[in-house]
Design a protein around this ligand. Sequence first.
Ligand SMILES: [Zn+2]
Length: 200
Amino acid sequence: MIGPLEELVKSFCRLPAIGQKSAWRLVLYLMERPEAEAYELADSIRNAREKLTICKRCFNYSENEICPVCSNLARDQGCICIVEKPVDAFAIEKSGRFRGVYHILGGVLSPLSGITADKIRIAELKNRVITEKPQELIIGFGGSAEAETTALYLARLFRNDNVRITRFARGLPAGLDLEYVDQITLTQALNERTDIIYGE
Ligand SMILES: [Zn+2]
């Protein structure tokens, strides 16, 4: 039988990038802090899990069926920025310069790790392009090789859909996730975006 302390350590160990040692450090920290602080953390986790759902349009986290960005008519609903994960949209939002909407792809193509087109939200994106008829798709990926492959795949997929396809300007550090890119670089990448022309 394991006691509450070991139970908690075990839970922390399941989190990404948390090993046994860090788990113990976090658990002991929480035990030493005022009770209210520990409960606050527990409540925030419960709250987030209970209240948040996935936006039916862009697939970002949302408290409603349609998220505030997708339902904001002051934003350019015809300009869709495609990102890998919710945190990327969050980083772009924080820069405060993007006035369009998002599409959370849920990853990038990586056939070697089994991430094929059907494993991410490409069909959903295709569906949006057909029904919403956006003017522009901005590919907002970081600089990895998989991101590059995915960008070209998307450019090819939408080449006959009468939509402008752009990508963030080069200069984003190779292999770096968008979430770690500073706001000035991110704003620059967005402002100086370039067209992707898929030629056959
Ligand atoms: Zn949305």
